[in-house]
Structure formats: structure tokens, C-alpha cells
Design a binder for this molecule. Structure first.
Ligand code: NAD
Ligand code: TYD
Length: 362
């Protein structure tokens, strides 16, 4: 692994991975390909450990000729594919970009890799890897008493986001089985941490709370998620790239489930502690139950034993510690927060939360 293409590297997880790759391995070169949608920002790539070994390209993963040129020019041997439309609520409001980027974009990348690696042999196919990053949402909602999903549990996606991700996973496997393209896959639970776009639950709650705005919990707030600190995900990706094998999928999660209500209360308690002068403390008083998400998956749960046992991975950060680091990061990065509050995002918040009976509160 010498020359990597990271798609979606200006987003939340992708930028964390680019930072990590450049920091841990002085021999790797990284090309970041990102379209800079509303969720991506080059600010996420500020302060990279080594600029000499990094190149940023603004472009769309659906642009086949561009992708093929990047693979050839940079003799890419490893693709880590994270670029995606990622917000479930947006996928419900308008699924088209999810099908385009998540499904057509993945297909375009797979085709380009097939051409560069298997037809043209730009680099030795024996050292190549196409690593595709997926989500536990592909398994759909698990019953309370059913066992946690393992890598081969049947897919049952619910939202357009999850269905498009599931379709992309199937396409990736089809390239492994049909053409022998060296594909690996990781399936991760909910991430949180610095630089997450404030449409997702954790940063949305942190920022709303610091402004004295409503903290919206969908439905009864008892939906279960397994929250993983983003650095632990990046560490898992690094291990899978180094030690994992083509043809294999790896679940990535902590194994600890929390309800949304628990997470929001924990964020509020953390803010009460880290911002003791806030006029809005106790922040939990801002919580409101609002209209539920359609087809809202009740429970996600996965088993990451394979990754732990075969690749020696374990998460380092506790939920309490990770949330404290995250809250502190948002308190310390007002410029990043201001830049993320662009017109497109404000319009989305207004539309989404007005529809849930929260006009003017976002
Ligand atoms: P994000 O929304 O923060 O970032 C996505 C990035 O992709 C953005 O920088 C955006 O500009 C870029 N992008 C979108 N469409 C593009 C296109 N057509 N061409 C090129 N770039 C494009 O997302 P994230 O939370 O960092 O998620 C990254 C990946 O991890 C996604 O594939 C997602 O499905 C997966 N994942 C996320 C989580 C999570 O909790 N955030 C959990 C499991 C899996
Ligand atoms: P989210 O952060 O959107 O991630 P995902 O849908 O990919 O899991 O949502 C996490 C959980 O929080 C999910 O059960 C929906 C819920 N949620 C709320 O209750 N209120 C909100 O304002 C948001 C954005 C999410």
C-alpha cells in the first residue's frame, strides 16, 4: 500500500482517515477525491501532517474519466471509498442524490478500478485493494431479542440511504466474485466526533444546546444505536487495509447500545460540566419529543468479534470520554461551526424541523 485514493476525504470520517494515514505511515501518498457537497469542506483537511504526500482533487466519483486518470497518473494501488450522501432524513426527503452518488458513484469507481488494475495493469493487481466503507443500516432494524448482526447477516435496509448503501455493497461483491477485483468491506455503526456535519444527532444536539435551542428527539427517543468514536473507526480502517484480506467483510462497532435519549442526556450532562457558565444549563431541559422519522429503525446492533479476533482491533475511547472530547471540540471551533452553518444547511434544518412541529427552533 503506497498510493491511496480516498474518496469523500473532505467529509467527517474520510478527513479523519486522511489525517491518520499520513501520520502513521511515512511511505504512503494520498489523493483525496471529494466533490465538496454541502457536507464536505477542505477545512477538514487543514493541518495535515505532511502536505508533500497529499493531493486534493475536487471532483465527483461519478466522473469515470476523471477517476481513471487519477488511478493512472498516481499509480493508485488502494482505493478507500467513503464518498456518499449520508443523512437518512435527507434521503427520505429526496432519494435521487443517494442513488446517484452511493450506487452509480460506487459502480463508476469499481469500473475504473477494473480497467486500471485488471485490464491495463497500471500497478500489480496482486498488491491492489478496493476497500468499500459501509454502514450497519444495511441490516435494517433488529428485534430486541435477536442476536447482533454478523458480517453475513441478511441485508434488510429500510431507508433510501441504507438501500443505496446496500446496493453499493452488492455491486462491490459482484466485482470481487465476477472479475476477481480485490474488494474488502467494512460495516460500521454510528460514528461521532470532531468535524461531523451538524445535521447528525450528536453535533446537532451539542450546537443547539449551546444556543439554547430545542433538542429534538424523534418519536419516543428509545431507538438504539452503537456509537463509535471516529478515531476508533479510522484505526479499524487502517488495520483492515494493512492486515485484512480481499474478499472479507469486517464489522466495526463497540458492542454497547444506547438509546437516543441516553445519548442526548449524556451530551447535556457533559455540556453542563464543560460550560458551567452557560445560561441554558441544565441543558437537558431543552429536550423535546418531536414527530418520528418514517420507518425509523428501532435497533441497530452488530458483533465485531471477527475484527477483534483476526486483526486485533479494539476501540480505545469510552462513550463518556469520546463525547467529552467531541463537546470540547465544538466549543473550541467556532469558526468551523460558523462555516458549516451555510445557507443550504440552514434551509434544510428549517424544512426538516418545521415538518416535525419545531418551526423557528433550529
Ligand atoms: P460525510 O457526509 O461527512 O462526508 C461525505 C463526503 O463525501 C463529503 O465530503 C462529500 O463532499 C463527499 N461526496 C458526496 N458526494 C460525492 C460525490 N458524488 N463525489 C465525490 N465526493 C462526494 O459522511 P461520513 O459520515 O464521513 O461518512 C463517510 C462514509 O462512511 C459514507 O460512505 C458512510 O455511508 C459511511 N458510514 C458513516 C457512518 C457515520 O456514522 N457517519 C457510519 C457507518 C458508515
Ligand atoms: P443520525 O445522527 O441522523 O444518524 P443515523 O440516522 O444514520 O443513525 O440519527 C441518529 C439517531 O438519532 C436516529 O435514531 C435518529 C435520531 N435523531 C433524533 O432523534 N433527532 C434528530 O434531530 C436527529 C438528526 C436524529
Amino acid at each position: 500500500m503506497k498510493s491511496l485514493l480516498v474518496t469523500g476525504g473532505a467529509g467527517f470520517i474520510g478527513s479523519g482517515l486522511v489525517h491518520r494515514l499520513l501520520a502513521v505511515d511515512p511511505s504512503v501518498h494520498v489523493v483525496t477525491l471529494d466533490a465538496l457537497t454541502y457536507a464536505g469542506s477542505t477545512a477538514n483537511l487543514d493541518n495535515l501532517p505532511d502536505l508533500e504526500r497529499h493531493r486534493f482533487v475536487r471532483g465527483d466519483v461519478r466522473d469515470g474519466p476523471l477517476v481513471l486518470r487519477l488511478l493512472r497518473e498516481n499509480a493508485i494501488d488502494t482505493i478507500v471509498h467513503l464518498a456518499a450522501e449520508t443523512h437518512v432524513d435527507r434521503s427520505i426527503a429526496g432519494p435521487a442524490p443517494f442513488v446517484q452518488t452511493n450506487l452509480v458513484g460506487t459502480f463508476t469507481l469499481l469500473e475504473a478500478a477494473r480497467q486500471a488494475w485488471l485490464s491495463e495493469r497500471v500497478v500489480d493487481p496482486g498488491v491492489c485493494r478496493f476497500h468499500h466503507v459501509s454502514t450497519d443500516e444495511v441490516f435494517g432494524s433488529l428485534e430486541t431479542d435477536s442476536p447482533a448482526a454478523i458480517e453475513v447477516t441478511r441485508y434488510a435496509p429500510t431507508s433510501p440511504y441504507a438501500a443505496a448503501k446496500a446496493g453499493a455493497d452488492h455491486l462491490a461483491w459482484s466485482y470481487w466474485r465476477t472479475y476477481g477485483l480485490p474488494v474488502s468491506l467494512s460495516i460500521c455503526s454510528n460514528n461521532y466526533g470532531p468535524r461531523q456535519f451538524p445535521e447528525k444527532l450528536v453535533p446537532l444536539v451539542i450546537l443547539n444546546a449551546t444556543r439554547g435551542q430545542t433538542l429534538p428527539l424523534y418519536g419516543d427517543g428509545l431507538h438504539m444505536r452503537d456509537w463509535l468514536y471516529v478515531d476508533d473507526h479510522c484505526d479499524a480502517l487502517w488495520r483492515i487495509l494493512k492486515l485484512g484480506r480481499a474478499g472479507e467483510a469486517y464489522n466495526v462497532c463497540t458492542g454497547r447500545g444506547s438509546t437516543n435519549l441516553e445519548i442526548v442526556r449524556l451530551i447535556c450532562a457533559t455540556l453542563d460540566r464543560l460550560a458551567p457558565d452557560s445560561p441554558y444549563a441544565p441543558h437537558a431541559s431543552l429536550v423535546r419529543f418531536v414527530a418520528d422519522r418514517p420507518a425509523h429503525d428501532r435497533r441497530y446492533a452488530m458483533d465485531a468479534s471477527k475484527l477483534r479476533q483476526q486483526l486485533g482491533w479494539a476501540p480505545c475511547e469510552s462513550l463518556e470520554g469520546g463525547l467529552a472530547r467531541t463537546v470540547q471540540w465544538y466549543l473550541d471551533h467556532s469558526e468551523w461551526v460558523a462555516a458549516s452553518s451555510h445557507e443550504e444547511h440552514r434551509a434544510w434544518l428549517e424544512r426538516n424541523y418545521r415538518g416535525r412541529g419545531m418551526a423557528g427552533s433550529s
